[in-house]
Design a protein around this ligand. Structure first.
Ligand SMILES: Nc1ncnc2c1ncn2[C@@H]1O[C@H](COP(=O)(O)OP(=O)(O)OP(=O)(O)O)[C@@H](O)[C@H]1O
Ligand SMILES: [Mg+2]
Length: 461
């Protein structure tokens, strides 16, 4: 078996090739039948006329001394054998078979009884002749032959009259079939557009009620695959969410016990050990929180959950209450420039997104710096931005920081590398684009989330 990849097959090419082959066969068969019929019609039309000179020759035979002779002047003979389109030949043979007049080398037509006449085709001197032969009561054989020019012309005319319309109909059928296939395949293009327009989370079945019966089974099979994929995804998400959730309770217990122990009198080396354990517990707690957030953001079942109009202003205002004390503790000036902007979204996911952006800004900006949270409309589309005066993210890292578990080398402070991956997932879920821009001051980081078309205005708070 050859392992060479097979060329991609085109339904349109296959159908048109099949149609062209079939039409060519049909036109060929029609041409053959028409030719046979036309040849017979041409002979019918001209054979009788060929008999006339033969009869005239017969009438001009005289028997002298018991021997038949042709009694015609050469002029009269010329007039008798004249034809506009064809060359005409003749031959007269006496009862003994000897040639009395005309062509010497035209063989006698065999099997012709007295008083009988017959027409036949004969090749003479490289030319195709049609010959009329008749034998009279005196056993004289008269043969008149003519070339086939006018017969061939008639056959050509009949063929043209029959085949030109047939060919035109065949060409029109191919053009119609081509257009029909393009039209017929339009539902496939619709399915393709529907799939291309989806985010990676959208595993909803493709609407199948309008698909034509020919592609409905394919769409059906694909929908079944989507359902299985969605179930497998949901199972995985549930497992991750459950695992993270299950870990949270014992971790919280462990953290509480460690804090209790740290408040008590402890030997210095035990205190140092307890502090290390406490930090590790906090890190693990943060990791489980981030994993849970990622699982929620990725959850495919969420794709089916209806999105609500959410005011970005309200989201940011709620975040302010949580983050202002953190910013004060880190000596960072946290400011808000907020305008109302409504998007279709999931409020808890949008809060998660904003928390991760503000957390990064506060965490990586050194004390004394500033962080500004902005939202509103830019170029007619809702946006959300968190800007800081921190160290900034090098351009070569600006795509990679959205990958899971990726942290820029040399980053100080704790972190799992999941925050921006969560932001990206949530932005994707909302059909928004997230990018890193340079702040106007030229120093720091500005992460901007741009949403799509504006949703109907939500109640402003
Ligand atoms: N505002 C920022 N300023 C400077 N660097 C940043 C900023 N935000 C993100 N980064 C860089 O991008 C990396 C990835 O950020 P991300 O939020 O995904 O993970 P993390 O903050 O390290 O961990 P996590 O948020 O899960 O606790 C960070 O480690 C840091 O190097
Ligand atoms: Mg982070």
């Amino acid at each position: 078996m050859s392992s060479a990849p097979r060329a991609r097959q085109s339904i349109r090419r296959r159908l048109v090739l099949f149609l062209v082959t079939m039409l060519l066969l049909l036109v060929g068969a029609a041409a053959a039948i028409t030719y046979v019929v036309a040849a017979r019609a041409a002979n019918d039309a001209y054979d009788r006329a060929l008999l006339d000179p033969a009869h005239s020759l017969q009438q001009n035979l005289r028997t002298i001394d018991g021997v038949p002779r042709l009694d015609l002047s050469s002029k009269a003979l010329q007039a008798l054998l004249y034809d506009e389109a064809d060359d005409v030949f003749f031959q007269v043979r006496g009862p003994g078979g000897n040639v009395i007049a005309g062509l010497a080398d035209l063989p006698a037509k065999a099997g012709l009884g007295e008083g009988q006449q017959r027409f036949y085709d004969f090749e003479y001197g490289g030319r195709n002749l049609r010959v009329a032969a008749l034998r009279n009561e005196q056993d004289v054989l008269i043969q008149v032959g003519e070339t086939r020019h006018k017969r061939n012309r008639l056959i050509g005319e009949i063929l043209a009259a029959e085949l030109v319309p047939t060919l035109l109909v065949a060409l029109a059928s191919i053009a119609l079939a081509w257009g029909g296939i393009v039209h017929g395949l339009a539902p496939l293009a619709r399915v393709r557009a529907e799939l291309l327009g989806r985010t990676s989370h959208d595993l909803r079945p493709i609407p199948n009620d309008t698909a034509p019966v020919e592609i409905a089974p394919v769409v059906d099979a694909f929908n079944r695959l989507l359902r299985r994929l969605s179930e497998a995804n949901a199972l995985q998400q549930r497992f991750l969410a459950n695992a993270a959730h299950q870990l949270r309770t014992p971790l919280a217990g462990l953290q509480m016990h460690l804090e209790l122990q740290l408040r008590r009198e402890q030997a210095p080396e035990i205190r140092a050990e307890l502090e290390r354990l406490h930090k590790a517990t906090l890190r693990t707690g943060h990791m489980t929180k981030q994993l849970l957030a990622l699982a929620k953001a990725e959850s495919t079942s969420g794709a089916e959950a209806p999105l609500h109009p959410v005011d970005l202003y309200q989201c940011a205002e709620a975040a302010a209450q949580h983050w202002v004390p953190v910013a004060i503790a880190r000596r960072i000036d946290l400011g808000f420039t907020l305008e109302h902007a409504s998007v279709q979204g999931d409020p808890s996911l949008l809060t998660e997104l904003l928390d991760n952006l503000i957390d990064n800004a506060l965490r990586y900006t050194p004390g004394g710096g500033a962080v500004t949270v902005q939202c509103g409309l830019r170029d007619g589309a809702p946006f959300l931005a968190v800007e800081d005066t921190g160290p900034g993210i090098p351009p070569s890292e600006q795509d990679r920081v959205f990958e899971r578990f990726h942290r820029v080398a040399g980053t100080t402070g704790e972190g799992t590398g999941l925050g921006l991956a969560i932001v990206k997932e949530i932005a994707d879920r909302h059909g928004a684009r997230v990018g890193i821009e340079s702040p106007r001051s030229g120093q720091g980081t500005c992460v901007v989330v741009r949403f799509g078309a504006i949703a109907p205005a939500a109640s402003a708070g």
